[in-house]
Structure formats: structure tokens, C-alpha cells
Design a protein around this ligand. Structure first.
Ligand SMILES: [Fe+2]
Length: 175
């Protein structure tokens, strides 16, 4: 992914985190591998989005944000006909920006309509984004990230998945 190096490192981290969370939740090895692979692919649609928009160091305009919001659909369309990917993996790509309360994108579906694997991706995606360096801000400390994410528990994130992820990170990266 020469196109945008930040997206590549983000995707590698999301894949790693999604696999850890899935294993902790009790998914079998086969599913953990599938979830990890889909974590690598979740932002694939960003390859079709202009680098200037992806790399901008300032806040996005509403027009630019509308373009960014197309990346789950673009990624899904690119992968939908692949026979080596299962439905859960495609849903991770398509639904990772959906929210339980229906305020997400691209569709605005609610809790019961969001695939469980997409809910895993949503938690670790935001965690990775907030704990990483961005052109416009430094990485946030873990505790601050969890404070922000806890406020979104039950609104954006599945409460059980978020609680499980907080438990794991506190156990593994105890600093
Ligand atoms: Fe994304």
C-alpha cells in the first residue's frame, strides 16, 4: 500500500488487535485468522481516495469527509466477488464505521444489523487511531483513549467488546 503509509501501518495494527480481541472472546483459530486478515483489508477502499484528502494535516471539510465516508463501500465492492473471503470478513470491511445507535456510515444500520466481527473492528480501529501519531496530534495516552471510548459505550461500541478490549490492553500493555 504505497498509496498511504499511515493507512498501511494502521491496518497492520488493527489486524493484530482484532485477532487478539477475537481470541480472547473465544473464537476458534480459523475465525481468528479470518478476522485478522479482514483487519488488514478493512480500509482497502482508501486506496481509491485521493492521497491529498487522506494526508491532510488539518480538519476535513464536510465535502472531504463525505468522500472519506465512501471508503467502506469502495472496499466492499472491490472484495465482494472474492471467493476466498467469507461474509464476516466482507462485513468487517463494509460495516466498521457503523455505530450501535445508527449514527455511523455508510448505511446507518443499528446494533442488531451490524455483524459481530464489524463490531470487533470498530473497537480496535478507534483504539488504534487514537493511540497512534497523526499529522495533527500526538498519540493519546491509553487512559485518555479509554475515557473517550467509554463515553461511547453502547452508543458507538458494543459494551461487552469494549470492556473486554480494555481488560486485555490493561493486562498486556500494563504501563
Ligand atoms: Fe475505516
Amino acid at each position: 500500500m504505497q498509496h498511504d503509509y499511515a493507512t498501511f501501518t494502521h491496518s497492520a495494527n488493527v489486524a493484530f488487535y482484532a485477532g487478539i480481541l477475537a481470541a480472547e472472546l473465544g473464537y476458534d483459530t480459523d475465525d481468528v485468522q479470518k478476522i485478522t486478515t479482514a483487519g488488514l483489508l478493512h480500509d482497502l477502499g482508501k486506496l481509491k481516495i485521493n492521497q491529498r484528502i487522506l494526508r491532510t494535516p488539518r480538519k476535513l471539510t464536510s465535502e472531504e469527509f463525505e468522500i472519506i465516508k465512501s471508503h467502506p463501500t469502495l472496499g466492499f465492492e472491490q472484495l465482494a466477488f472474492r471467493e476466498d473471503l467469507c461474509e464476516g470478513q466482507l462485513m468487517m470491511v463494509y460495516q466498521h464505521h457503523e455505530r450501535l445507535d445508527g449514527g455511523g456510515y455508510p448505511v446507518g444500520v443499528v446494533d442488531s444489523e451490524i455483524h459481530p466481527w464489524a463490531k470487533i473492528c470498530a473497537v480496535v480501529d478507534v483504539y488504534e487511531a487514537l493511540t497512534s501519531f497523526r499529522p495533527y496530534r500526538s498519540p493519546m495516552p491509553k487512559e485518555k483513549v479509554f475515557e473517550i471510548m467509554r463515553r461511547e459505550s453502547g452508543k458507538s461500541f458494543d459494551p461487552e467488546l469494549l470492556a473486554c478490549w480494555i481488560r486485555i490492553t490493561n493486562k498486556i500493555w500494563d504501563n
